[in-house]
Design a protein around this ligand. Structure first.
Ligand code: DX5
Ligand code: ZN
Length: 221
């Protein structure tokens, strides 16, 4: 298990003031900036690309940026995010023609690599690429939008992923994304997650620090 990390999803931030929003959420105690990339093809929504990641780095953000690619195809955008200063790059296995190759592209570029599993996608391919992974991300909603409800069945899948990661002996983060809030974060941690994405639960409140402190208090229970 990796140390707990809170990763606010900037999908729910005010894009007109993105640099300030990221500064504010980091000052409030966030560990990682979760950066959702949607292409209106793999998922039915369109968000931000590598230029925005570059802009955040130029603005002075030094915290890890966790780029969650919801795009298809995957490979041709990886290089741009490596150049843009991504720390983690994760993608959905069904969006890549060659999963092992895409992971290697990320690793060769010096970023940390991860796979993302939708609620209905089995973890089957995990065991074949475990040695190339720094992160496993389980979606607890169907990807494409913030503000959806956590799918409870994900808790069993988290336990399954936790067992596979522990058995591998590798230092791999187990991240959860979708519908995470102060009320359910303790149960999600108990099921094996160590990295928590939260968009609407944090950016939907005026006091980001109050939410992050409350999440940490739940994690310390
Ligand atoms: C959904 C995104 C999530 C989203 C989470 O496709 O991957 O990162 O922003 O938002 P909340 O926390 O509001 O469910
Ligand atoms: Zn995400």
């Amino acid at each position: 298990m990796q140390p707990f990390a809170i990763a606010p999803s900037i999908l729910s931030a005010d894009f007109a003031r993105l640099g300030e929003e990221v500064d504010k959420v980091l000052a409030a105690g966030a560990d990682i900036v979760h950066f959702d990339v949607m292409d209106n093809h793999y998922v039915p929504n369109l968000t931000i690309g590598p230029m925005v990641c570059t802009a955040l780095r130029r603005y002075g953000i030094t915290a890890p940026i966790d780029v969650h690619l919801m795009v298809k195809p995957v490979d041709r955008i990886i290089g741009d995010f490596l150049d843009a200063g991504a720390s983690y790059i994760t993608f959905h296995p069904e969006a890549s023609e060659h999963i092992d190759r895409s992971l290697q592209l990320i690793k060769d570029g010096g970023a940390r690599a991860g796979l993302v599993f939708n609620p209905g996608t089995p973890l089957d391919c995990l065991k074949y690429v475990m040695d190339k992974l720094d992160m496993v991300l389980l979606m607890s909603v169907n990807p494409g939008f913030g503000g959806q409800k956590f799918i409870p069945r994900t808790l069993d899948k988290l336990r399954e992923a936790r067992a596979l990661i522990d058995a591998s002996g590798h230092a791999i983060r187990l991240e959860i994304d979708g519908g995470v809030n102060v009320k359910n974060i303790a149960e999600i941690a108990a099921a094996g997650a160590d990295t928590f994405v939260a968009g609407s639960a944090i950016f939907g409140q005026p006091d980001y620090k109050a939410v992050i402190d409350a999440m940490r208090a739940e994690l310390a229970r």
